[in-house]
Design a protein around this ligand. Sequence first.
Ligand code: NAI
Ligand code: PYR
Ligand code: MG
Length: 632
Amino acid sequence: MGNLYGQIRASSSLVNRLKQKLRAGTCVVGNPWLSKSRSFTTTEGHRPTMVHKRSLDILHDPWFNKGTAFTMTERDRLDLRGLLPPNVMSTEQQIERFMADLKRLEVQARDGPSDPYALAKWRILNRLHDRNETMYYNVLIANIEEYAPIVYTPTVGLVCQNYSGLFRRPRGMYFSAEDRGEMMSMVYNWPADQVDMIVVTDGSRILGLGDLGVQGIGIAIGKLDLYVAAAGINPQRVLPVMIDVGTNNEKLLKDPLYLGLQRHRLDGDEYLAVIDEFMEAVFTRWPHVIVQFEDFQSKWAFKLLQRYRATYRMFNDDVQGTAGVAIAGLLGAVRAQGRPMIDFPKQKIVVAGAGSAGIGVLNAARKTMARMLGNNESAFESALRQFWVVDANGLITDERENVDPDALPFARKIKEIHRQGLKEGASLAEVVKQIKPDVLLGLSAVGGLFSKEVLEALKGSTSTRPAIFAMSNPTKNAECTPDDAFSIVGDNIVFASGSPFKDVDLGNGHIGHCNQGNNMYLFPGIGLGTLLSGSRIISDGMLQAAAECLAAYMSEEDVLNGVIYPSISSIRDITKEVAAAVIKEAIEEDLAEGYREMDARELSKLTQEEIVEYVKNNMWSPEYPTLVYKQD
Ligand SMILES: NC(=O)C1=CN([C@@H]2O[C@H](COP(=O)(O)OP(=O)(O)OC[C@H]3O[C@@H](n4cnc5c(N)ncnc54)[C@H](O)[C@@H]3O)[C@@H](O)[C@H]2O)C=CC1
Ligand SMILES: CC(=O)C(=O)O
Ligand SMILES: [Mg+2]
């Protein structure tokens, strides 16, 4: 009732009349500020307030909203379970959180990695998103190059790190360890009858920033912004999801203002049971939904992918989306040397980082090489000779004990390695010095890992045009900057980074192009293509088709100029093409079951151009519809 009083104080005579009525008990208010249908009962004397709203309508109503202060029983009574972060806060804690955020604003607003006002821009855009979705997406689409770095990497990382302070209105759903046994019913608290895309995270590895617990929901929101802006998925049909199974981030566990469950992460079968329950719940309510797994720690990323990919429409963006983008870039790097793509299996590739992203890239690169070498068992084996993998403990060889099973195939034979002048655990600089690779690719989450020593060593590369992929996010986690890469290794390199950097002025009118090698070029098209094909699963072939489409998007002239990825300003066009390639492959693999009035038979009759047209016609654009009032 505090809000009610705040507004009413504007008119003293009305205040007195209302106070009398409130003291008397019930008060049906009819005044210029309140709609006639609302009736209020004072909370004095613990009488309840009658509300004629439930679920999100309450959270979006400033009169009734208590935000994180809704108790669990109220959340159940008002269908709010899952619509708020799980940690219930007191009014005092809410105020403390708000004040702490307010005080931090000035410092934080200047804390953007490459843009001093990044966080302030995010707040302004976020407020627009809360007020007017159509306008928000119009702004985002028209200025995607400028604002993708705000709603997505790098700023989204900063947003996640500060989410407990930034949280205002909830967006998306929270399924927590406390909701076990409830998910099948609470999924109906989400107001949309149709959901096409879910991006889900458990917050365990957000970009290269580690375990951010419940605050990781920011990454799911950012990825879905790109689904709307790039793929034209209707924003009413996207759902960001946070599965809060606890956090192992000790700082968050001790922070009284943290919005998530303050307990260590569930593990083993208990963890799996929560994810299983979530998957069953969302696919029961929305059988045709597509679920993108995002930023799960490697320990679970592969296991969950294997567990669900044959039965559910799902994929893991970090493993599979990143792999496709890297393949497209690696093929571009071969072409940038003036060589045909078919020379890819001759490339010597050093990969720093053997987590979900690194191993995903290695597996895909190995398969691509094997296909080019004849697609048989021996080609698959011999492709392994092209990779040297370095993790936190140095070069991985078969001498090492307890190699992660996913990395094991890439462990080099120790005898071979000795012949190459290396040993188990050799440092990255030593490996680069001895191997003289064509490509140095980082997915380590370690900022500056490609140190001066490493880059100096790369100068000895046997390639006519060495390629550096510093793919870790956000900006401060990039393995090196383009300035360092061009100035140390030389002008004649190909450079890509996961987060955007400015091109480098090499002098004499020459530009060192900085490509953004990020899975954002693929995941929106993979999701859209899967949706419009109606495929029940997302096959390796569909993912491969997406990667090849991205590689083919670049002209010969572009790649020779060191431009191996398109400009983000054309992301809607790229996504349309990628989606069409995914659909075509789904039809060829006999997986396409159709979408709405386009059934499988009709789909299979479409020409390539007609598929592209079909995709284009199904992409949502932000336009105001004509509204008409209809009584219940
Ligand atoms: N550009 C893009 O599209 C994408 C970028 N990424 C980025 O990749 C990074 C890694 O992600 P995940 O694989 O999921 O993380 P992860 O934590 O599972 O793996 C990190 C790997 O790096 C290794 N590592 C740590 N210190 C190292 C060092 N000093 N030298 C060499 N290796 C070292 C670790 O041993 C581990 O194998 C993150 O920064 C993420 O933002 C992830 C997905 C897509
Ligand atoms: C881009 C992305 O998915 C990541 O850095 O995790
Ligand atoms: Mg990711």
